[in-house]
Design a protein around this ligand. Sequence first.
Ligand SMILES: Cc1cc2nc3c(=O)[nH]c(=O)nc-3n(C[C@H](O)[C@H](O)[C@H](O)COP(=O)(O)O)c2cc1C
Length: 200
Amino acid sequence: MNDSSKDALAAVNALLRGRRTLKQALMDPERPVPAEVLAAMFENANQAPTHGLTEPWRFRVFAGESRSMLAAGLRELYEKTTPESDFRADKHAKLGETPLQAALVIAICLHRQDSGKIPEHEEIAAVACAVQNMHLTASAVGLGAKWSSPPVCFTPEMNAWLGLRPQDRCLGLFYVGWPREGVDFPESPRHPVAEKVTWR
Ligand SMILES: Cc1cc2nc3c(=O)[nH]c(=O)nc-3n(C[C@H](O)[C@H](O)[C@H](O)COP(=O)(O)O)c2cc1C
């Protein structure tokens, strides 16, 4: 390998291995995310691979005041969609608090192709690639992010609330914000990759 390949590999290793999920409670909701960073996050998401070039990712962004609208909406959806026997006051309360802990919250959505030619699992995979691109872009500048998947996201009521069609999907919420002062990104150890790779 030549020096420039070594440098490129070192840079990508550092970015990928340094990406960590940051809980929204550790984010500073007051510190704004620069427009330039957000634009790069979305543009890089848009570069994700996709079978058949369907580009199925869609993002609904809640920033500033609209986070309160999301918080109220999530609580209401939880009330509507949770059977009485499963209802938990702590979960209900949390749904109304978490959107206000981040600088912005992005609903991760999947826009289903009308033809349905590409299987849904491939479209979900493509959206996940887009989210990873967003997360890595955020990480590159020290911005925290977390993909969260509360069950309420996977209900028809959530689709209606977000203005999605019944065949589309909400795959979760992506919290974005700078780490609060003094907060370090957590460790997230992995089992050795050798356990997961088999050569035939
Ligand atoms: C599809 C998906 C859904 C996730 N949902 C949640 C969630 O509901 N709550 C949560 O705390 N973390 C959630 N996470 C984040 C994981 O907890 C996190 O990625 C994991 O702990 C590994 O940490 P790392 O991202 O720092 O490597 C989700 C991640 C993915 C990819």
